[in-house]
Design a protein around this ligand. Structure first.
Ligand SMILES: CC(C)(COP(=O)(O)OP(=O)(O)OC[C@H]1O[C@@H](n2cnc3c(N)ncnc32)[C@H](O)[C@@H]1OP(=O)(O)O)[C@@H](O)C(=O)NCCC(=O)NCCS
Length: 179
């Protein structure tokens, strides 16, 4: 099913649904870990601002969405230039990949990574970086795609301190069997 799952480039008209998918997935992923008050503030009161911010996002970002046969967006992946200058060997960063809960573990995440792999396929440097919270089982997802653990750094979310872990692919297309 997953390999035939429709993935398409996102356009400006997808800003609202992507923001809502992000909010819903963030809540189910981080509830119990991040303070409820932070989740409420971040997503309920801040949602309109987030939709507006996404509408005006940088043009060098690339976003793909996964859609159901009925054309409902159930997940997205966003990528762009690596923000942290400390990783010159990984010029591209996977900023976000979020699926709504009911569509996880069906191969959709892997299908969403494929266009990113295709996008870096012909680059002289295929390095791709991604960050995940230490407690997030998404780390297993990245490892299942043969990403390598690089380092961890502190991060504050709301009033709590966490660690975020960096993973890197030196050859994402190769990992997906594209070369
Ligand atoms: C992480 C995420 C994008 C993965 O996408 P997905 O469609 O669920 O993953 P896939 O079905 O493509 O998984 C491929 C393989 O990755 C591994 N994997 C994926 N999610 C995993 C998880 N939560 N725990 C352990 N292994 C996982 C498995 O090996 C899986 O193969 P299997 O299902 O045959 O065992 C998705 O689960 C998600 O949106 N999670 C919540 C949001 C999130 O944490 N985003 C990442 C922020 S850093």
């Amino acid at each position: 099913m997953a390999n035939t799952f429709p993935i398409r480039r996102a356009g400006p008209a997808d800003s609202e649904v992507i923001t809502r998918v992000h909010a819903a997935s963030w809540r189910t992923t981080y509830q119990g870990l991040v303070e409820d008050a932070f989740l409420d503030e971040f997503f309920d009161r801040g949602l309109d601002d987030r939709i507006a911010a996404r509408r005006s996002q940088r043009h060098d970002d690339l976003t793909w969405v996964a859609v159901t046969p009925a054309n409902h967006v159930v997940g997205y992946l966003q990528t762009g230039p690596t923000r942290d200058l400390g990783f010159p060997e990984y010029p591209v960063e996977l900023y976000a990949i979020y699926l709504v809960k009911g569509w996880q573990r069906l191969g959709v995440g892997r299908a969403l990574v494929r266009p990113l792999a295709e996008a870096v396929h012909d680059s002289p440097n295929r390095g791709v970086l991604v960050w995940a919270l230490e407690q997030n089982s998404a780390r297993d997802f990245y490892e299942s795609l043969c990403a390598q653990y690089l380092t961890a750094e502190p991060i504050r979310i709301g009033r709590l301190d966490f660690k975020k872990c960096a993973y890197g692919w030196t050859d994402l297309p190769g990992c997906l069997g594209l070369s």
